[in-house]
Design a protein around this ligand. Structure first.
Ligand code: TXE
Length: 494
């Protein structure tokens, strides 16, 4: 990673982005434009089109036409594979451009962004390109006088609503399998991180994806997102974001065509440290990184640290030491470890959580405040709060910011009870040298992914999906394909 190249890219002005509908780059329609504020310094970076209901309807209708005429859905798998592989290559070739554009828009530190954004997006698109001609139908074990065939068909038009924390990675988790299975897709990026995802969609057209197969509409969730949710012509809605919006999407589906809705809604993931952890120093460093990278704006962030009481003070000191050693600041510097908070709104919400935590009896060990205010950007000191009661707001509500709450426990049973005491269930970890205990923790903690003696980093070969109010359905792995197909039975009398 070359700082000079990054600096050169950051010095370039950013053009205005419009919608991408039917293969055309469209400017703003009746809705006008919205300013894009960079969290790095609070300045206006560029504008995006503020989409309207009719923009979204045009995008959906274009996707429907493309699906029905078979320009993509009817192509042989090998042809689809070729285009998607080319797309992955283009994403890789434009990796630095995409990463810098994304960081200027959302504030993620560049070292992480490069790996987790274009790097991971290209890998995901390639994975599903390579998978698509290995998806077979089935022959049912019927009686001899009938033939039962199970076909796997694309669902039609997929609507994808993407958040701002990792627009390319999460975008690719939805677009990759949806397009691989022959669907048409309409994507709506987040209003606070549209640019890199729009650029990645442009590269899909460059790779040869036929017009209309992938359309992208920018704008407010409450306008274009709602129009997508209420559409009678979207067959499946896939989403990553807040529980409040997830709930709305289910309502929209119920009020319209009862489209399938798959939600990934974040969590309050427990990172559980037993006194018999193999390496407590390593556990402390990973615990700090597991909550503070990308300023805590990670759906699987280990935001609740549960520590066995006998090592509580010593371990918390080690995590605080690791935290204080992390470099917070300009996300476009290669050595920054914690970048900017995405928006003023998120920063205000984070500071509100700190105030509530102290009002509810928590003690701030480090951080707790806004920093680098002179830059005009949105930066927050990584914050550790101890003495967090299991029923405290900080133990129950997703913050999505650089705030770690610590709660002690006395026994394995209590650790499991605490781990399972929220409405969420997305990720978690347990650190122990005891193999049996490790397996008991995997079984006992209600969650989509459970790490043992590590935190984060699960690659694309394994599914990621929540239980409870963390959502339903899975991104990543071959299992993600299931969201984008319909099973059709052919029952044939012989
Ligand atoms: O989320 P929203 P926000 C959580 C996290 C964060 C909180 C708020 O706790 O603090 O959500 O973030 C679109 N109809 N996560 O406000 O609103 C919106 O335009 C249709 C966790 O950004 O859920 C954006 O594209 N769509 C998470 C997307 O929903 C609507 C990542 C997500 O925005 C809409 C992000 C509507 N009525 C936030 N309203 C994770 N799990 O990683 C908004 N949207």
């Amino acid at each position: 990673m070359d700082q000079t190249q990054i600096d050169a890219l950051r010095a370039e002005p950013v053009r205005a982005f419009g919608h991408l509908i039917d293969g055309q780059h469209l400017g703003a329609s009746d809705g006008g434009t919205m300013d894009v504020i960079s969290p790095i310094d609070g300045t206006v970076l560029t504008t995006v089109a503020a989409g309207t209901q009719s923009d979204m309807e045009a995008a959906i209708s274009s996707a429907r036409t493309a699906f029905e005429d078979g320009r993509w859905s009817g192509q042989p798998p090998a042809a689809r594979k070729k285009v998607l592989l080319k797309w992955a290559d283009l994403i890789e070739a434009h990796a630095l451009e995409l990463a810098v554009l994304g960081v200027r828009d959302n504030g993620t530190e560049i070292a992480m962004a490069l790996k987790a954004e274009p790097g991971s997006a290209a890998g995901t698109i390639r994975y599903y390109a390579e998978a698509l001609d290995k998806v077979y139908g089935e022959i049912a074990p019927t009686a001899d006088d009938v033939l039962g065939l199970i076909h796997k068909e694309p669902v039609g038009v997929v609507g994808a609503i993407i958040p701002w924390n990792f627009p390319l990675m999460i975008g690719a988790w939805k677009l990759g399998p949806a397009l691989a299975m022959g669907n048409s897709v309409v994507v709506k990026p987040s209003e606070t991180a549209s640019l890199s995802l729009m650029r990645m969609c442009e590269l899909a057209l460059e790779a040869g994806l036929p017009p209309g197969v992938l359309n992208a509409v920018t704008g407010e969730g409450a306008v274009v997102g709602q129009a997508m949710g209420l559409s009678m012509d979207v067959d499946v809605l896939v989403f990553t974001g807040s529980g409040a919006t997830g709930r709305r999407l289910m309502e929209y589906a119920a009020r319209s065509n009862m489209k399938r809705v798959y939600l990934e809604l974040g969590g309050k993931s427990p990172n559980i440290i037993f006194a018999d952890a193999p390496n407590l120093d390593e556990a402390a460093k990973v615990a700090a990184a597991g909550i503070f990278r990308n300023a805590g704006q990670v759906c699987v962030a280990g935001s609740r640290l549960l520590v066995e009481r006998s090592i509580h003070d010593e371990f918390v000191s080690a995590v605080a030491k690791a935290t204080d050693a992390m470099r917070v600041g300009d996300p476009l510097r290669v050595d920054t470890q914690i970048g900017a908070v995405n928006s003023q709104t998120q920063l205000d919400a984070n500071l509100g959580f700190v105030e509530t935590a102290t009002n509810e009896g928590g003690q701030i060990i480090t951080g707790g405040n806004r920093i680098l205010q002179e830059t005009g950007g949105y930066y927050m000191a990584p914050t550790i709060v101890t003495g967090v009661r299991p029923d405290a707001t900080l133990a129950q509500k997703e913050v999505f910011g650089p705030i770690l709450g610590v709660t002690p426990f006395n026994s394995e049973e209590e650790a499991i009870t605490l781990a399972n005491s929220t409405v969420y269930g997305l990720a978690g970890a347990a650190w122990t040298s005891n193999l049996s205990r490790a397996h008991r923790m995997v079984r006992g903690v209600r969650t989509g992914v459970m790490h043992i003696n590590t935190y984060g980093g699960a690659d694309g070969t394994v599914p990621l999906g929540g239980v409870g109010q963390s959502g339903n359905g899975s991104d990543k792995s071959l299992h993600a394909l299931e969201k984008y197909i319909n099973l059709k039975t052919a029952w044939i009398k012989l």
